[in-house]
Design a protein. Structure first.
Length: 334
């Protein structure tokens, strides 16, 4: 499984709750869902036998993935002509949730295409987000990015990107994945604004929440100066946008994750440098102590079983005193 032994050990340690955010586990409308299992097995074999180095994909696998993507797009266009009751949904999050449950995280949000667009669409995917936890969320929801933001990139029109949120007691957790496609780079300011709007809406719907965590690949860099400034601006822009939209009611806006690279360029990404793109951002009500990161580490994936992003694990003290309360947050991108 996905570092299952590691996460199982952490979930049984002294933590009030363990939360895992999985990204890019896309659900697709397909006619032959069984077709994807042998393709996935072939991709895994290519990774293990032909990898260049840690967190690198062989060209053959990348080419295969491109072929599969275009095949799926064509298939979805054809399936749009059929009644929806005759169209199967292929959702890898179902299997991922089962593996995470075996690791001590039995509660999952976002399975079985739960974040597909409500309105009819020809070729599309869901948000690709899965939120798993060691105890059930008190409340949860999903808010998509606006159509105006999505329309900035042609490839984004196929995807229902957005933000998951779940409340655990007085802690509200957000899971988000911001696109890194070149066509979406000019839209990053609009995405930051939309993220702030979604956070504001979720806070209004959860008045009991007094502590907030935002987890995910924000496609903004924690390294100063950013190694890929044209495509990945500093994550401080996200923190500043949140502070401008929520202060003075909310304070203690902090980046809890470190600056260790979580993204390693694929062979096709010529010129790109390793970067810290996956983050944990926190803030609290003004009267409370700030949250503290007890540790932040990037888990090595020597078998290249996940993607060009490593797992980010952040051990968080949500009350500002390690003896009182602890929470473990992990971010996984496939």
């Amino acid at each position: 499984g996905i570092n299952a032994e590691y996460m199982g050990t952490r979930s049984t340690a002294a933590h009030d709750v363990v939360v895992v955010v999985v990204e890019e586990a896309w659900a697709l409308r397909v006619g032959l869902p069984g077709l994807f299992r042998p393709l996935g097995a072939l991709q895994a074999t290519l990774l293990r036998t032909g990898r260049f180095a840690t967190n690198r994909e062989p060209w053959l696998m990348y080419a295969l993935k491109v072929v599969v993507i275009y095949f799926v797009i064509l298939l979805q266009l054809l399936l749009a002509l059929l009644p929806r009751c005759l169209v199967a949904i292929h959702d890898p999050k179902v299997q991922l949730a089962e593996e995470l449950a075996c690791a001590g995280l039995p509660h999952a949000i976002g399975r079985r295409g739960a974040t597909f667009k409500a309105q009819p669409s020809l070729a599309m995917q869901d948000s690709g987000l899965l939120l798993a936890s060691s105890r059930p969320a008190d409340t949860h929801g999903f808010s998509p990015f606006s159509p105006e933001v999505q329309s900035r990139g042609q490839s984004e029109k196929l995807i229902n990107r957005g933000v998951f949120w779940a409340r655990f007691g007085d802690v509200l957790v957000f899971g988000v994945h911001v696109s890194g496609t070149e066509s979406m780079i000019p839209a990053l300011p609009a995405i930051r604004l939309r993220l702030c709007e979604i956070v504001q809406g979720a806070l209004r719907a959860n008045p009991d929440a007094v502590r907030v965590l935002i987890l995910g690949d924000l496609n903004h860099s924690a390294i100063v100066p950013p190694p890929n400034p044209e495509t990945c601006p500093p994550v401080s822009l996200v923190v500043q946008a949140l502070e401008r939209s929520l202060a003075p009611t909310w304070a203690n806006f902090r980046l809890l994750s470190g600056t260790e690279a979580t993204y390693w360029p694929l062979p096709c990404d010529a010129g790109a440098a390793p970067d810290a793109l996956d983050h944990a951002i926190s803030f609290t009500r003004t009267s409370l102590l700030p949250m503290v990161a007890i540790s932040s580490e990037v888990l090595p994936d020597t078998e290249c079983t996940l993607s060009d992003h490593c797992v980010l694990a952040v051990d968080i003290d949500t009350h500002g005193a390690a003896e009182v309360d602890r929470q473990l947050a992990l971010i996984i991108e496939l």
